[in-house]
Design a binder for this molecule. Structure first.
Ligand code: GLN
Length: 486
C-alpha cells in the first residue's frame, strides 16, 4: 500500500499507528536475520511515537502528512541520540548530538523512525559488502547483493520491513540499489535537498532521497524534505513546487530521449536492454515521442568521478583523526602515531583506497593532471546534457548494466565494482535529478530498473513521467505475487 492508502486506513481507524509499527517490527524480526538491512532497530522510540500519534488522533487533532508512517534511515544521516555509524568502525560508537535536516523534517511531518540501515562503509561501494558490520542480502535472492551503497534502505522497503526509507546518492547509491531491489529510488537535483547532517562523502555530488514502493510516495517524501536550509549553503533558495499535483498530467507530446551511448555499452545485459526499450514503447503508447540523443562524454563519467569523488572524500575524511570524535587507537603513546593508528585501524580497505587516490590526485605535482582535468571533463559532461535537453524533456536509460549480481562477484576487483555505476554517475556529475523505477524482471526473477534523468530542478516532470509509466505498466515494486524469498 502507498503512503496515501495507509494515511486513509489510519484516519478511518482501520489500523492504529501502534498496530502499524508493531506489524513492521514483527516483519523485521522475522526477516532481518537473513537480510541484515538494519544496523539498529529503534523499537521503543517507534512504539512511543506511534502511541503519541494515536493519542493525538483520538483527540481529533489535525495530523501532519506522514503521521504514523514507519521509516528506515540510512546510517550516514545523523539522528540525535541514535547511533550513526556509517557502517564504519571509525564511527561505531558515534551518537550525534544533532539531527540532520532531512530527518528533522520527516519527524516534524509525523514520520516514525524504525531504525538505521546498513550501507557500504561511508557510502563507498555498490553492493553494501564493504560495511564493517557485515553485508545486506537482496530480498529477491539472498545469494545476491542488494546494490549499494544504500543497500539496507532499499532492501528494507522491498521486503516490507518499512513503508519508505531515505538513502544518499553520490554516484548512484539510491538508484542502483532501488533497481536491484525492485523499488523506486529518487536522487534530487544537487541542492534541492539539504545535506546538513548527512555524513559527508563527496560534497559536490552527495544528495539525499527516498526509497518507496510507488512514485506517488516518492513525490510525497520529496515534498517534505526539499527546500532551503540556512545550515547548508549549497541548498538552493528556490520554491518547492507541489510534486503530487502534477503526477496525473498527461505525458502526451513529452519528448523522451534515449541516450545512444547507454544502450551501446559492452557490459549491458541483453535482458536489461530489452526491458528498458520495451518500457520506452509503453511511454510511446502514452503519447510520448521517443528520440535518440547522443551524450558523447557519457562514458567518461566513471573516470571523472573516480578522481573527483575520492579527492573530496580525502578532504572530508581528514576530520577523523582520533582526537575530536570517532575511533581512537589505544596502541600508541604519541599524537601523530595515534592519529595514524586510529585511521589504520578505524577505516576499512575501500575507504583507505579512496583516501589514497584522492590525496594523490590533489597532491601538488598531480593536481593539474588529474583533479583539474577531471573538473573540466565534468563541465563537458554537463554540456552534453544541456545539449540533450535542448532536444528532449527527459532522458531514459537503464539504471544499471545488469540485475543484482552474486555476493562476492566484484569484491576482489574494485574497478569492476566501479563499472556498475556507469549509468548513474553522470547525473551526479551534472547535478541533475534522476529516478529509478522497476520496469520488469530478468529470467532469474530479479527486478530490472529504468532510469529517467531530468533537467535541473525538474523533479516534477520526472515524477510525472514515472507515475504515468507506473499506471500503464502496473506497480512493480515488491514481488507481484507477494512472495519475497524470505
Ligand atoms: N558506488 C559509488 C561509489 O562507490 C557511488 C556511491 C554513492 O553513491 N554513495 O562511490
Amino acid at each position: 500500500m502507498s503512503i496515501a492508502e495507509w494515511r486513509q486506513q489510519l484516519k478511518l481507524g482501520k489500523v492504529s499507528s501502534l498496530e502499524l509499527v508493531e506489524e513492521k517490527l514483527a516483519r523485521i524480526k522475522k526477516v532481518d536475520g537473513k537480510l541484515h538491512a538494519f544496523l539498529e532497530v529503534t523499537s521503543d522510540r517507534a512504539r512511543a511515537d506511534a502511541k503519541r500519534i494515536d493519542e493525538a488522533r483520538a483527540k481529533g487533532q489535525e495530523l501532519p502528512p506522514l503521521a504514523g508512517i514507519p521509516f528506515a534511515i540510512k546510517d550516514n544521516l545523523c539522528t540525535k541520540g541514535v547511533l550513526t555509524t556509517c557502517s564504519s568502525k571509525m564511527l561505531e560508537q558515534f551518537v550525534p548530538p544533532y539531527e540532520s535536516t532531512v530527518t528533522e523534517r520527516l519527524w516534524n511531518s509525523g514520520a516514525v523512525l524504525l531504525g538505521k540501515t546498513n550501507l557500504d562503509e561511508f557510502a563507498m561501494g555498490s553492493s553494501t559488502e564493504t560495511s564493517a558490520f557485515g553485508a545486506t542480502a537482496n530480498p529477491w535472492n539472498l545469494a545476491r547483493v542488494p546494490g549499494g551503497s544504500s543497500g539496507g534502505s532499499a532492501a528494507a522497503v522491498a521486503s516490507g520491513e518499512c513503508i519508505a526509507s531515505l538513502g544518499s546518492d553520490t554516484g548512484g547509491s539510491i538508484r542502483q540499489p532501488a533497481s536491484f531491489c525492485g523499488v523506486v529510488g529518487l536522487k534530487p537535483t544537487y541542492g534541492r535537498v539539504s545535506r546538513w547532517g548527512l555524513v559527508a562523502f563527496a560534497s559536490s555530488l552527495d544528495q539525499v532521497g527516498p526509497f518507496t514502493t510507488t512514485v506517488a510516495d516518492s513525490a510525497e517524501i520529496l515534498q517534505v524534505i526539499a527546500g532551503r536550509d540556512s545550515r547548508d549553503s549549497t541548498c538552493l533558495e528556490v520554491a518547492v513546487p507541489n510534486y503530487s499535483e502534477t503526477l496525473n498530467n498527461s505525458i502526451s507530446g513529452m519528448r523522451v530521449g534515449l541516450i545512444k551511448e547507454c544502450f551501446e555499452q559492452n557490459g549491458l545485459s541483453d535482458e536489461v536492454k530489452k526491458s528498458v526499450l520495451e518500457s520506452a514503447q509503453k511511454l510511446q503508447l502514452l503519447g510520448a515521442e521517443l528520440k535518440e540523443v547522443s551524450c558523447p562524454r557519457f562514458n567518461d563519467g566513471i573516470a571523472t568521478y573516480y578522481v573527483i569523488a575520492p579527492s573530496e572524500a580525502s578532504a572530508n575524511l581528514a576530520r577523523y583523526d582520533g582526537v575530536k570524535y570517532g575511533y581512537r587507537s589505544m596502541s600508541t603513546d604519541n599524537l601523530s602515531s595515534m592519529t595514524t593508528a586510529s585511521r589504520t585501524e578505524g577505516f576499512g580497505s575501500e575507504v583507505k583506497r579512496r583516501i589514497l587516490v584522492g590525496t594523490y590526485a590533489l597532491s601538488a605535482g598531480y593536481v593539474d593532471a588529474y583533479y583539474k582535468k577531471a573538473q573540466k571533463v565534468r563541465t563537458l559532461i554537463r554540456n552534453d546534457f544541456d545539449n540533450a535537453f535542448k532536444q528532449v524533456d527527459v532522458l531514459l536509460t537503464p539504471t544499471a548494466p545488469t540485475t543484482a549480481f552474486k555476493v562476492g562477484t566484484h569484491s576482489a576487483d574494485p574497478v569492476s565494482m566501479y563499472l556498475s555505476d556507469l549509468l548513474t554517475i553522470p547525473a551526479n556529475l551534472a547535478g541533475l535529478p534522476a529516478i529509478s523505477l522497476p520496469c520488469g524482471f530478468d529470467e532469474a526473477g530479479l527486478p530490472i530498473g529504468m532510469q529517467l534523468i531530468g533537467n535541473v530542478l525538474e523533479e516534477s516532470r520526472l515524477l510525472n513521467v514515472a507515475h504515468q509509466y507506473e499506471l500503464e505498466a502496473g506497480v512493480m515494486s515488491g514481488s507481484p505475487a507477494g512472495e519475497l524469498i524470505v
